[in-house]
Write a protein that binds this ligand. Structure first.
Ligand code: AMP
Length: 400
């Protein structure tokens, strides 16, 4: 089945057009700067043909129109007729407690996704805009929603509840949800394949380290804990997000600095993390460069980043009652040998030992990087969320 995969953000839409039987990406690209001056469409065809188009892209519907036009274009396209698009898969960030897996989008589903806006006011509205645009432009086509939160739905209550008054859970659904679920799902399945073991028998920790970072304890294929919580701010240090923090510190800072709710939100989400600590950058490449040049703020940011990952590795090994594999993915996890070496250093007592040569390659090729005498497998697995969305979309659209 040929499916269009859309990941709609507030001012961008990323897309891939995938043939699911062969798992081939026929075309991919992105529309950026929606609603701003100088909007751009970047498009790449499977044969390497690339094109960049600038134009007036006023809203998400116009963005989807551009995407459809380029897929159909004589010079850069891959289809001759819209009917060749058989289904559309949409990434949806927050499914709350309502969605435990991917679903066919119906009016009832849209109402529930709408209700989840309260939980993800920045992310769900653009996801909804992308879906509505496709419903208008491709009427009658099956559409599937794939949720970032769904893979974590089976976490036990003692892992997802906060120590807050229980009434807040009942009234406002305040609990830990976790995100990056599609990525943790993909790399955990792929890791089991690479190891040649049934996933039901493996305890693994998957580390998605990119601009946003999260880890999941995947026991027998099920996510039993994850570092992100009610929002994607909890847990690890990230590019610009602070991760774990004493909530009372936020209240204190708001008082001392006279911050509004919006300002405090921006502080936690946009001005913290690697960028806030180092004062250098949110980009791990620049942090590593500055650290190697002797910048102490960059070194501290790097150390905090790696220490948190290491700390959660220990926590999850204990939570699962053992550890068979660690998986690194995301821009940092796939590429940074320095981060992988730092995170796993001194963990011989857990049975973790890297092979420095296998770790050294700074490219995101799928491979094992543990030493021959390491009891725990350590894998680099480039993530592929779009493939998961495409396969779910084809399966659910095919079942109709
Ligand atoms: P993502 O959000 O998965 O695209 O990941 C973005 C992050 O990956 C940024 O912090 C980049 O600096 C980081 N990254 C990409 N390539 C490398 C590399 N070769 N070494 C270190 N970090 C990298």
């Amino acid at each position: 089945m040929k499916v269009l995969i859309l990941n709609s953000g507030s001012s961008s839409i990323k897309y891939q057009f995938i043939e699911t039987e062969t798992r081939r990406v026929l075309a991919k690209g992105s529309v950026e700067r929606i609603g701003m001056k100088g909007a751009i469409l970047n498009h790449q065809r499977h044969d390497g043909d690339k094109v960049k188009i600038t134009g007036e892209i006023v809203d998400h519907q116009a963005g989807v129109e551009y995407i459809l036009a380029i897929l159909l274009s004589h010079n850069h396209g891959v289809i001759k007729d819209r009917a060749e698009i058989e289904a559309v898969g949409h990434r949806v960030v927050h499914g709350g407690e309502k969605f435990t897996g991917s679903v066919l989008i119906t009016d009832e589903v849209m109402d529930k996704v709408q209700e989840c806006i309260e939980l993800a006011p920045l992310h769900n509205p653009p996801n909804i805009k992308g879906i509505r645009a496709c419903q208008r432009l491709l009427p009658g086509l099956p559409m599937v929603g794939v949720f970032d939160t769904a893979f974590h739905h089976a976490m036990p209550d003692y892992a997802y509840m906060y120590g807050l008054p229980h009434v807040l859970y009942k009234r406002h659904a305040i609990r830990r949800y976790g995100f990056h679920g599609t990525s943790h799902f993909y790399v955990s399945r792929r890791a089991a394949e690479v190891l040649g073991r049934p996933i039901e028998q493996v305890n693994m920790v998957t580390c998605h380290l990119g601009n946003g970072c999260s880890m999941a304890a995947v026991k027998g294929g099920v996510s039993v804990d994850t570092t992100m919580g009610f929002t994607p701010v909890e847990g690890l240090l990230m590019g610009t997000r602070c991760g774990d923090l004493d909530p009372a510190a936020v209240l204190y800072i708001m008082g001392q600095e006279e911050l509004s709710l919006n300002e405090a939100n921006a502080m936690l989400n946009k001005h913290s993390g690697l960028a806030g600590i180092s004062g250098v950058s949110s980009d791990m490449r620049e942090i590593e460069q500055a650290m190697q040049e002797g910048h102490t703020g960059a070194k501290l940011a790097f150390d905090i980043f790696c220490y948190r990952v290491k700390k959660y590795l220990g926590a999850y090994a204990v939570a699962m009652g053992g550890l068979d594999a660690i998986v690194f993915t995301g821009g940092i996890g796939e590429n940074s040998d320095l981060v992988r070496a730092s995170v796993t250093s001194g963990l011989e007592f857990l049975g973790v030992k890297l092979d420095p040569d296998l770790n050294a390659h700074r490219n995101s090729v799928e491979r094992a990087i543990q030493a021959a005498d390491s009891r725990v497998a350590v894998l680099v697995i480039p993530t592929n969320e779009e493939l998961v969305i495409a396969l779910d979309t084809a399966r659910i659209a095919g079942e109709r």
